[in-house]
Design a protein around this ligand. Sequence first.
Ligand code: CP
Ligand code: NVA
Length: 308
Amino acid sequence: MMPNFLNLSDAGGDAVAAMIADAIDRKAARAGWAKAKADADAPLAAHVLAMVFEKNSTRTRASFDIAIRQLGGVPMILDAGTTQLGRGETIADTARVLSRYADAIMIRTDDHAKIEELAEFASVPVINGLTDLSHPCQIVADLLTIVEQGKALPGLELAWLGDGNNVLSSLIEAAGLFGFHVRAGCPQGYEPDASFVAAARAKGVRIDIMTDAREAVAGADLVVTDTWVSMGQDHAHNKVAAMAPFQVDERLMAGAKSDAIFLHCLPAHRGDEVVDAVIDGPQSRVWDEAENRVHAQKSILLWALGKL
Ligand code: CP
Ligand code: NVA
């Protein structure tokens, strides 16, 4: 079967653990090097990564671009708005054509069904750079960041605050794969995707969904949040009002363990889901998390191309 990476479970826990280990090794091996210099083994020399963006991106776009270069390969960026995809060429035909040009395709899109269709018709691996449903590449970088902080994943208590969105879906999937627990503090009506919750619970981890933000963070090892309004969602006034009690501020953060770290996939909406004092504070690891997107993408690419 084609090693697509549409969700973390496509790879499974062992492969994601191998990605994290490889990312740690590669990151250490090139410490202090110029950013565009290829890794010593250049394992993807002469390979092309096509990247299709149907939504905006800073980190995913830039980190995959650097990642493929550091692996010795070449990036090819296609903004959907300037391609025929944006004028109605089908996903299936796009998949067939890009498979002739590139060795792997990364796509950021809206409906998850689109990436499934792309994967069905592509003859090269397809990687999910975010859909409305999930954001698995982000979570490989998050897991790498957590492990780097010296925290073992099994048994961790992760508090999520705010919207039950695509990033939370992939975190919940990771909880099931690595044996950590999630306490999701979400307003009523904004709970995480039920199928991801059920799949993680079936693996024996606790996924608690609660409407009290303080209860969610109490004693947590990690506090994680994300935008209240994801790309493509209407900026509903009601939603923002419902989210207000879930803003991560210093008081809320103080309810977590004293050595808890704060993560946010970014972009942050300072003053909404998080205040400056937390995102710029001593417990925040968001810049390491953002850097780790590069190291994580490299391992994801190596896995997808059978080099891990
Ligand atoms: N975290 C993340 O995926 O950021 P971008 O939207 O900038 O890619
Ligand atoms: N949940 C956010 C993540 C952005 C990286 C969104 O989908 O817009």
